[in-house]
Design a protein around this ligand. Structure first.
Ligand SMILES: Cc1ncc(COP(=O)(O)O)c(C=O)c1O
Length: 426
């Protein structure tokens, strides 16, 4: 979106009535329906995605190829956010009555969106909170062992390290390659370290350092044979992958929908399977903490910014309108195109697998003899393209990470390849 139109949009939407905001969203969705009709399959010329990109609220002076921390928001989500904040501010009394039932609808939509049951989903603030509930609340005794991977994010690592210090459990890191050869290599690394004391395996679903998509289904099958709970930090998963919790067979799963789906920051998701619910306690208690029939006991937190939750609903509507399979396919095909281009450059080492069963929208790489920070700065200065440095020396993962969300075009990917080629040629 051009800067001028971007500012106009913000000003206009903020001043609109609830009815006008509803109308605006209806128009956007009619436009997307038309596009879907025109392009039932992916458009090879990229026109489908070019048209969709216009609905994302960021100044297109920047090419956003980092979906870490948080990502851009589509217009309908912003419109809903404004709408519900307005309602809350102008009529708090009606909100007492209206918001709880609306929140219930969001929970059901969320459950459908991730292939779970209504009573298995909780809405909290972010992945870090979800992982703290998982690590802090799971029934464990001194001497019990928890396996984690060597590639965990601090938000999924420190909750277990704190529990280790507090309760005398043992947290064991399982080393993983970047990239791993295949699913079997990953599962075998964990299988080899299981013993009678192993009670939990906790891994990243979407590994932030090297873009690995963890084979959770296979891991869950292997772990459940040994009565081990499986927990996953899927900070990037919501909005990047077409998810089904029951199909993955996972027990515990946390995500931050504002990275890939355009939901507002401050809105997170925790899935706790029916089977796992009597093995985990809430870490914050208020009325409802002892509702043993539902994961709602993991979200008691007094008053919250409910408009964030309603905007999450719209982020799901936006994705559903486009099509979840279509989104995952696009994200993966852009990443594959990027990896193929990078792999032809002398000196490039890919840290992410080419296999789209264990990789998706995050691609990490390094270039021999060139500092990752230099690559990031060059791409920003030359193309206004935003990517980030990632990783560390100790496991040879230091490099650059690129995200290929649906508002990225093939031309943007070409710029990354061209820029890296230029730096590789000295
Ligand atoms: C794998 C992983 N886990 C956890 C987090 C923390 O996310 P949040 O700050 O949304 O809790 C991140 C952040 O990017 C991440 O990449």
């Amino acid at each position: 979106m051009k800067r001028r139109r971007f500012l106009e949009y913000f000003t206009a939407a903020s001043a609109m009535s609830v009815i006008s905001l509803n109308r605006l969203n209806a128009e956007i969705y009619t436009g997307i329906d038309d596009l879907n009709y025109q392009y039932p399959q992916d458009s090879p010329d990229g026109k489908y995605w070019d048209a969709l990109r216009k609905h994302f609220l960021f100044e297109d002076d920047y090419i956003m190829m980092n979906n870490g921390t948080l990502g851009p928001m589509p217009e309908p989500v912003y419109n809903e956010l404004i709408k519900y904040f307005k309602m809350q501010v102008t009529n708090p009394y009606d909100c007492y009555n209206y918001f709880p039932s609306l929140k219930n609808e969001v929970h059901q939509k969320l459950a459908d969106f991730i292939g779970a049951s209504r009573d298995e989903v909780a809405i909290n603030r972010n992945t870090t909170e979800g992982m703290n509930i998982i690590a802090g609340g799971t029934n464990l005794e001194e001497g019990d062992e928890v396996l984690i991977s060597s590639l965990e994010h601090p938000g999924g690592y420190y909750p277990w390290k704190m529990r280790e210090k507090r309760s005398g459990i043992k947290v064991i890191e399982v080393p993983l390659n970047s990239p791993p050869k295949n699913k079997e290599e990953i599962i075998n690394s964990f299988r080899e370290r299981i013993n009678d004391k192993t009670k939990v395996i906790s891994v990243s679903h979407t590994v932030y350092i090297n873009g690995l998509i963890f084979p959770l289904k296979e891991l869950s099958e292997m772990a459940h044979k040994n009565d081990i709970l499986v927990a996953a930090d899927s900070a990037h998963g919501f909005g990047m992958l077409n998810l089904n919790m029951h199909d993955l067979g996972i027990d515990l799963w946390a995500s931050s929908p504002y990275k890939w789906s355009g939901a507002p920051t401050g809105c997170g998701i925790l899935f706790v399977s029916k089977k796992a619910q009597d093995r985990i306690w809430p870490v914050i208690a208020s009325s409802g903490w002892d509702n043993m029939d539902s994961a709602s006991r993991f979200e008691t937190l007094g008053q919250r910014a409910d408009p964030l939750v309603f905007a999450l609903k719209e982020a799901m509507n936006f994705q559903n309108r486009i099509g979840r399979d279509r989104i995952e396919r696009r994200i993966k095909s852009l990443a594959l195109y990027l990896k193929e281009g990078l792999s032809e450059i002398d000196g490039v080492r890919l840290h992410t697998s080419m296999d789209t069963e264990i990789s998706a929208g995050l691609t990490a790489f390094s270039l021999k003899g060139v500092e990752p920070g230099h690559i990031v700065n060059y791409l920003l200065e030359r193309y206004n393209l935003v990517v980030r440095t990632i990783g560390r020396d100790r496991d040879n993962t230091r490099g650059v990470r690129v995200s290929t969300n649906i508002f990225v075009s093939k031309e943007h990917v070409d710029m990354v390849i061209e820029g890296v080629k230029h730096l590789a040629s000295g």
